[in-house]
Design a protein around this ligand. Sequence first.
Ligand code: GP9
Length: 414
Amino acid sequence: IDQVQAWFDDKRKERIALDKDDTFGRFKDINVIIVQVEALMNFVIGKELNGQPITPNLNALMDKSMYFSNFYHQTALGRTSDADFVTQTSLLPLPAGSVFTRFPSHTYDSMPSILKKNGYAANVYHSYDSSFWNRQVVYTEMEYDRFYSKKDFEQDEKIGWSISDASFFRQSLDYMKETPQPFYSFLITLSSHHPYSLPQEYRELDAGAFSGNIFGDYLQSVHYADKALGQMMDQLKAQGLWDNSILVIYGDHDNSITDRAFYEQFYGRPLSDLDMEQIMHQVPMLIHLPDDGLAGTYEEPAGMMHTAPTLYHLLGISTEPYDLMGSSLTSKKNRLVPLRSGAFSDDQVFFIPSETGSFESGACYSLKDRQPTDTLACAAGHEKSRQMLNISDQVVTYDLLAAFRESALQDSQE
Ligand code: GP9
């Protein structure tokens, strides 16, 4: 316990030192709207298919936002629920199962609870059964004011498991109109869910050589999700929320399509193991702010565990009382991004673990020339990454944040 606490204390000091820069609190008391987009991957962003942009609305938003071009999803078997957990708590997912179903009632420093302490309303929107991924229980624990689930949405326009993203955004924003400001709204989309069987009338992309296969279906679904996002942004503007909200959009995880041949056909060239690892683990991450001062492409590696600390920093909320693994992405300091598979990246190397799990038989790539390099170059990062995963596992499994708070309370009473 002492070691874990000391580790968090070091992180806390690093974070607080970063709060001295002039981006801290630049967007105080501004609304925060986060959209977690189902299976949206980074490799489609800015790309065209037969001359047609796949994500025209995200491309346009990218120019006016902080765009993180090497952002990793960090999820494991808990998929969408892991993306949610890591984003909200700045901890990491478990090696087996989902935190949402295994340890829903343990103590975590989550964004809704922290923003509420700072005067925000906090609501979560997802048009599916409230029990899926144990969300109802977790969202109550995270202290959201309200979870708008399937029963709160008129099921007027069906795509896949639920209503279309367009209808979901329209209805969610109607609810948001009534929410006192400042608010935190977390929206989770669904139309681009596997197996990407988008009804014919929504297919507006010429998938060309990919027509009729699952990769083409995926591109169609992402193109549709982008269109719905564009409509959502228009509605935010019409409702007068655009200029007083931070809008965060990111993909939750990969598309489960692992056949390298599809990606090589898409890129028109052979892809290395490093290319494939990055393609499968990178999701887009955009933070649109009420002014353009911080807009641009941020190439340093980053991950979902950095999202909440970045928002606290921009909003000017001190993270001193909280135990978080990430730090703000407004700083350019070298970051280590651990992935649950045992892979990790920093700004120099990317490590791909072997099937056996032994470090020596893994592959270490230099990001400078994208060639394999001596595993020694990955040794320190490997140790740090293992340590972070291990610390997070202990916090989640043994409810250590509750133990820290309990012992702090006892100390203060003595
Ligand atoms: C269901 C949705 C999908 O509510 O969030 O979750 P996934 O299957 O992608 O983990």
